[in-house]
Design a protein around this ligand. Structure first.
Ligand code: XMP
Length: 523
């Protein structure tokens, strides 16, 4: 399968580049910007993208692509920082500008753009002027040797550059951002026009390739998958049941006590429909709640939950008599990135996703006994794979639910009483969204129980009750998000439904924060 490799220098948009190329039907892989070329990386690679970066290319210690990548003889699309770095290293100059070029900015194609027949695959059909999306404080002042400017910004700054002798293109704007006019067209011209990539990326192709890889790795040994009830682990379960012998697949559902209302029954029903032969539900509510008693720190909660998962799982594995089983997980591409797991350059840990960073998982990983059949997929691709595997829409269309469950939606310490209150409020909220036809328009919605009580009135009496926050966001993959713009009437009615039916809740608020700066979950 042809692929495009993206060298990540830490731009907030790197993920988008990866997604967009896949949307074009070509496999893309994001690797740290300084990665040295090796046979594995270059196999089937037909082009390279250099991403943007928060760094300045002229700074000491600025991140650099390795020569081996640049000398691989492949087409290159250098975006923003990428082209600035190439400019400096070809004897050109880049300087900090007094004013940033930021946001929607027109680009003008110069007559030279049309003159060069060699570049027609890239430029043909593009209008003389289009509105791009820019985000840079540094600008190219003089192109490097061999580079030619064929498009400029309103201020005359080079915005599209081409190399005279190599199939290299530089852009001082972001075609991957949806606000950039002709952005997809520009990417597609690079991918198909310049790299001559063949479309091979589809969920059917992924299923086939990944199935081969995993069969080769596990042979006939047992594989154990922890099921959380969410879309990812259910799709991972369906994947294993489809690609391996169902007799070797052990599905273990742990009821942590932090699940949503009626989730247990729903999960078990769905899994048996998948044809599972070994399916076990473990009631571990008491163990989880005891371990969490009195703990308020979010990171500590996540670690406790993650480790308890492993402990309960190890006990179950011992009972099942499969101690050496491979451990399967529904980890996604974005989980690895947000946990700083070495995909791309974004090494800081935003949240420790327990399914990635738990020390016990790390041990299994070091032994080479973890399999993650979804770890190259974005969330929407997981849904598409679920459909290919024949899962019903009510499962693949479900909103994401985090591994630590309600544990990260009850702020402060966790008790069974609080879990029950939150379960009730959340189920009313979700039912209301479905009833109003809003569920499928929202990427993720849930309630959060706040660690404060607030004064209210109940009949003639003052009451001191809990406050819940409603969250509803729109997103493409959970990496960025915007609050959903409800009609006020819907919000008021949902609030009334919750306070009328959950006596412990006296107040409902709506969270209007975007990600960034907030995250989707509150902890
Ligand atoms: P945040 O809160 O980081 O969430 O903006 C992004 C997406 O990831 C989900 N999430 C998790 N999923 N384990 C998971 O499996 C976790 O620890 C975890 N934390 C957040 C969150 O629900 C959202 O969809």
């Amino acid at each position: 399968m042809d692929k495009i490799v993206i060298l990540d220098f830490g731009s907030q948009y790197t993920q988008l580049i990866g997604r967009r190329i896949r949307e074009l039907g070509v496999y893309s892989e994001i690797v740290p910007g300084e990665r040295v070329a090796d046979a594995d990386l270059l196999r089937d690679c037909v082009g390279i993208v250099l991403s943007g970066s928060p760094s300045s290319a002229w700074m000491e210690g600025a991140p650099s692509p390795d020569r081996s990548m640049l000398d691989a003889g492949l087409p290159i699309l250098a975006i923003c920082y990428g082209i600035q770095w190439l400019t400096i290293h070809a004897g050109g100059s880049v300087e900090r500008r007094e004013t940033r070029e930021y946001g929607s900015m027109p680009v003008h194609l110069l007559p030279e753009a049309r003159a060069e027949a060699a570049w027609s695959a890239f430029t043909e059909g593009l209008p003389e002027r289009f509105v791009s999306w820019m985000s840079h404080g540094d600008s190219i002042v003089r192109p490097g040797d061999g580079w030619k400017t064929i498009g400029v910004s309103e201020a005359g700054v080079p915005a599209i550059l081409v190399h005279a002798t190599k199939p290299w293109i530089g852009l001082q704007f972001h075609p991957e951002v949806s606000h950039c006019e002709h952005g997809m067209e520009i990417l597609s011209r690079f991918v198909f026009g310049v790299c001559a990539a063949r479309r091979g990326w589809s969920m059917e192709a992924y299923l086939e390739e990944e199935a081969r890889r995993i069969r080769a790795k596990v042979g006939s040994e047992p594989v154990l998958l922890l099921i959380s009830g969410g879309v990812d682990s259910t799709v991972a379960g369906a994947f294993l049941l489809k690609t391996l012998n169902p007799e070797q697949v052990y599905l273990l559902y742990i009821d942590t006590g932090l699940m949503r209302k009626a989730e247990n029954e729903e999960v078990m029903r769905n899994l048996s429909r998948l044809g599972a032969r070994h399916l076990e539900a473990v009631d571990a509510e008491a163990q989880f709640l005891n371990a969490l008693r009195g703990i308020s720190d979010p990171e500590q909660k996540r670690h406790i939950i993650g480790d308890m998962f492993i402990k309960v799982q190890e006990e179950a594995v011992a009972r099942l008599g499969i101690p050496e089983a491979f451990l399967a997980q529904g980890t996604l591409y974005t989980d690895l990135i947000e946990s700083g797991k070495g995909v791309g350059n974004k090494a800081q840990v935003i949240k420790s996703h327990h399914n990635v960073r738990s020390p016990l998982i790390e041990k299994k990983r070091a032994e080479g006994r973890v399999i993650e059949p979804l770890d190259r997929l974005y969330k929407d691709e997981v849904r598409a794979l679920g459909r290919v595997l024949g899962l019903p829409e009510e499962i693949v269309g479900r909103h994401p639910f985090p591994g630590p469950g309600l544990g990260v939606r009850i702020l402060g310490d966790i008790t069974k009483e609080k879990c029950d209150i939150l379960r009730e409020a959340d189920s009313i909220y979700i039912d209301e969204l479905r009833r109003r036809g809003l569920y499928d328009r929202i990427w993720q919605a849930f309630c959060v129980l706040l660690p404060v009580r607030s004064v209210g009135v109940a009949g003639d009496e003052r009451a001191y009750k809990y406050v819940v926050a409603l969250r509803a966001i729109q997103s493409e993959d959970g990496m960025t998000a915007k609050p959903y713009a409800f009609d006020a009437k819907d919000l008021f009615e949902i609030s009334a439904a919750i306070t009328n039916r959950v006596p412990q809740i006296g107040r409902v608020v709506y969270d209007v924060s975007s990600k960034p700066p907030a995250t989707i979950e509150w902890e």
